[in-house]
Structure formats: C-alpha cells, structure tokens
Design a protein around this ligand. Structure first.
Ligand SMILES: [Zn+2]
Length: 151
C-alpha cells in the first residue's frame, strides 16, 4: 500500500471510515481504515525485528523491549486479550482504533513464538461454553500421558 518506505514522513487525518494520508513527496490520498491498519501491522512487524526483548516477569508475562540504536526502552505486558505497551504508538492506536499492537508488542509476540496478535489471542482467549463441554467429552477418551520425571 502506498509504496511507503519505513522512513517516509506521513501525515494523517481521520474522516469517518477513511483516512486522509499525506506522504512527503507524494499527492495526498484517501485510504480506508482497514487498509491503514494492515499497512501499519506490516510496518511495525518490520520495525520489531531490530528490537531486543528481555523477559523479566511471569504472570502476566512482561518484557522490556529496547531499541539498541536509539536506546529507547518500553515495558510490554502480555494479557490474554491484548499486548499492552507504555509507548505513544500503542496509546495512539487505542485512541484511534480501540485496539492495537505496537512494534514493541510485536517484538514480544515474536519472542513468544507468535506471528500475529490474532494468533496470540486465539491461543489465550477463554474457551466458550460449547468448546469447554466438547473438550470434556473428548478428554475422557484421551490416553494418560506419562508423567515427566517419574523415570
Ligand atoms: Zn510500544
């Protein structure tokens, strides 16, 4: 979308379901919010690759995500339904879309082995009642797993 390089300067204005975008050196254009989101997801994932993740607390898992180039550090907390960060980008996304994930969040997700926020949420969401009963029925037929450390 837009053929943006990660360093491009961009100005944005929101109008209902579309966003006015002005990229330095190009004509202003309108794009849908959905397009905007998917562009920035890719953009943030690309930026996340340069970040260093330090794992320091469990329950909920928390990480310090640092950018070695700029020296910036942010605290990322992985909750079951979202990945919260203390940076401005995260707060801006919450304000704008009501949900979001910043590059620090993506770095923490990558550290945990997830490729997307969606994948993480799918793994951590509480089971719906029908799924729970389905699992119970199923669990009666499962073989007992060997207890590790018993041997
Ligand atoms: Zn962040």
């Amino acid at each position: 979308m837009l053929g943006l390089s990660p360093s491009a300067q961009v100005q944005l204005r929101e109008f209902f379901n579309v966003i006015w975008v002005w990229v330095k050196g190009q004509r202003p254009t309108f794009i849908s919010k959905a397009e905007m989101k998917s562009h920035f997801v890719e953009h943030r994932k690309a930026q996340a690759e340069d970040l260093e993740v330090t794992d320091w607390l469990r329950d909920p898992p928390r990480f310090t995500v640092a950018n070695p180039e700029t020296g910036s550090r942010h605290l990322v907390t992985c909750l079951p339904d979202r990945v919260v960060c203390d940076c401005e980008d995260y707060h801006w996304q919450i304000e704008f879309f009501g949900k979001g994930c910043c590059k620090h969040g993506y770095a923490a997700l990558a550290y945990l082995g997830y490729d997307s926020l969606h994948e993480y949420q799918d793994d951590h969401r509480p089971l719906k009642p029908e799924e729970r009963s389905g699992r119970l029925e199923h669990s009666g037929q499962q073989l007992a797993l060997p207890v590790s450390g018993a041997a």
